[in-house]
Design a binder for this molecule. Structure first.
Ligand SMILES: [Zn+2]
Length: 190
C-alpha cells in the first residue's frame, strides 16, 4: 500500500474527518482524527499494522513498544506480524513506566509504535523510558502524522501516511472568520 491507499483507508474507516473542529487543546482545526474509530475495526487496523511491521521486517527487532492506549493495540498487532513480543508503556508519576513485569534488557532491539503523531509527547516519553533501560531503538513508526513536520526524533522515523492539518487559536481561526459552524464529529468526511 502506498501513502494514498493508506490515506483512503483512514478516510473510509471514518476516522479522518474534515470540517471545523474544536480540539482538546482548545485550538480549532480543519482536520480531526478520531483514532478509536479506526482502532475499533480490527480488519482495517490489522492491514495498517501489517504495513507497519513490513517497515521493520529486516531490522532484527525483538520487542515492539507502544504507549497506552492505542499503542497497546498497535504494538500487539505489529509484533504478531513480526513474530516478536510486545509490551506497553503506561503513565507514571514522571513520564512513562513499564508495569506488569514488563522490562527490557540492555541492547535489546526495540521498535516504538503509536497511532497518531501530533506533538510527539507520548513517543518522547517512551523514548526516555526505553533509553533508561539502555535498549537499542531501531525505529519509530506512527500510523498517521499530523504534526506538519514539527516533530523530529533522533531515531529513524516513518509514518504510514501524513495529513496536512492546521490548528489555530480560536481568535485566529479562518473557519470562524468565514462563519463556519463547528462540525459535529462524525457528520462529515473527506
Ligand atoms: Zn474556528
Amino acid at each position: 500500500m502506498n501513502q494514498d491507499d493508506m490515506l483512503r483507508l483512514f478516510e473510509d474507516s471514518g476516522a479522518l474527518l474534515r470540517g471545523h473542529f474544536k480540539l482538546t487543546s482548545g485550538k480549532h482545526s480543519d482536520v480531526y482524527y478520531e483514532k478509536f474509530t479506526l482502532l475499533k475495526q480490527p480488519a482495517t487496523c490489522t492491514r495498517i499494522c501489517e504495513a507497519m511491521a513490513d517497515i521493520f521486517r529486516d531490522s532484527g527487532v525483538q520487542t515492539v513498544v507502544g504507549p497506552t492506549t492505542g499503542g497497546i493495540i498497535i504494538a500487539y498487532d505489529v509484533a504478531r506480524y513480526l513474530g516478536v513480543e510486545s509490551i506497553y508503556a503506561e503513565p507514571g508519576e514522571d513520564g512513562r513506566v513499564f508495569k506488569r513485569g514488563f522490562s527490557l534488557e540492555k541492547g535489546r532491539k526495540v521498535v516504538i509504535v503509536d497511532d497518531v503523531l501530533t506533538t510527539g509527547r507520548s513517543i518522547f516519553e517512551v523514548i526516555d523510558l526505553v533509553e533508561s533501560y539502555e535498549a537499542d531503538i531501531v525505529g519509530i513508526s506512527e500510523m498517521l502524522d499530523r504534526s506538519n513536520g514539527t516533530v523530529k526524533f533522533d531515531y529513524p522515523f516513518k509514518a504510514l501516511t501524513t495529513v496536512a492539518a492546521d490548528a489555530w487559536e480560536p481568535d485566529d481561526c479562518p473557519l470562524c472568520k468565514k462563519g463556519e459552524p463547528i462540525t459535529q464529529r462524525g457528520s462529515r468526511r473527506f
